[in-house]
Ligand binder design. Sequence first.
Ligand SMILES: Nc1ncnc2c1ncn2[C@@H]1O[C@H](COP(=O)(O)OP(=O)(O)OP(=O)(O)O)[C@@H](O)[C@H]1O
Ligand SMILES: [Mg+2]
Length: 352
Amino acid sequence: MIIKKLSFLNVRKISLFSEQFLPQTNIIIGLNGSGKTSILESLVFLITGKSFRKKHTQSIIKKTQEELQIKGIFQNEEDLTIKLIYDGKKKQIFKNNQILKRTTELIKDNAIIYISPEETDIIEEYKKEKQQYFDKIIFRINPQHIYNIKEYNKLLLYRNSLLENNMSTKPWEEPLSLAGLKIWKTRNSFFDFFCKMFNETQKKLDLQLKYRIEYKNQEYQSKEEYIKKLQSKTKTNKTEVGPHKDIISLYLNNETIKEHASQGEKKLFKYVLKFTEAEIVKTKTRKNPIILLDDFFAKLDNENIMKIFSYFHRKFQVIITTTNTNDQTLQNIQKNNTDIKIFNNDKTINSN
Ligand SMILES: Nc1ncnc2c1ncn2[C@@H]1O[C@H](COP(=O)(O)OP(=O)(O)OP(=O)(O)O)[C@@H](O)[C@H]1O
Ligand SMILES: [Mg+2]
């Protein structure tokens, strides 16, 4: 998927924006607070119906305004126009001028990958959020996994509330173990595949760093063994076994990234992670995702910037934001490459 043109009204401080994009690399330059992240945010909001900022979704609408409108012209197999109107409560989405009844219809085309300092940081997150992060990637290639996770969580909740009230949990144990085994099966084969792709992406990027992702679970061979473990006495009155206890660890040269990596090394890890996701989306869905790199140059040295740039340029459509206006690296990129569009956000946006 390629975004050809993006226009919007009333997103954060921006009243009016309209810009065309190249199918290769697009660089948005602008001062702090000029609205660069907001441009990427509006594109993500249009495609996914969600903001990547941690704050409330309603705050995406410009203060003093009632609603926002975002319109994108995309090139998929053929041209596709998506328009979204949001008033803080309800979203109306139009696909080629026809209103969509359910936003899930849009998710099918959801081929976008973004990296922003504004989103929740996977490295700093805990067990559950890490699981959710990777489950969301699985959803993209295996929609059935959403239903399995929902089913499992529902059964787990029932069982835990029975445990809390000292009631018999027996009727829930077989369905819970079956649901758990399904998730383990999916996650096992996903992580095998993901880690392989992750290593390949790392090689392609040629970063001279060795990142590693490790997935551990307590998987039992059979339903019977699982049920036996469920029934064994626990210290707490919560369910202590199952996929909700899966552990995903992130390493750099065999040390945990969270405790040991520098800021640049953490950022590079997230890039490898997201590019792996892009490669997977590309392989599995045969759709090229649009990649958004918010504040690309920050914290990275020139060598790594050039390596990352050479990796993605002309391979994916990329939209980069940066505050650097006369940086040497930017000039080098421009001098040695074609198919790059650079525009200055301070001049193009209208924030009145
Ligand atoms: N709902 C809103 N209405 C009006 N202005 C808003 C709203 N939400 C945020 N802002 C303002 O919009 C600006 C946010 O812009 P944005 O985060 O896109 O800037 P940026 O160009 O990415 O900056 P930086 O280089 O610092 O990352 C801030 O000045 C913020 O105060
Ligand atoms: Mg920003």
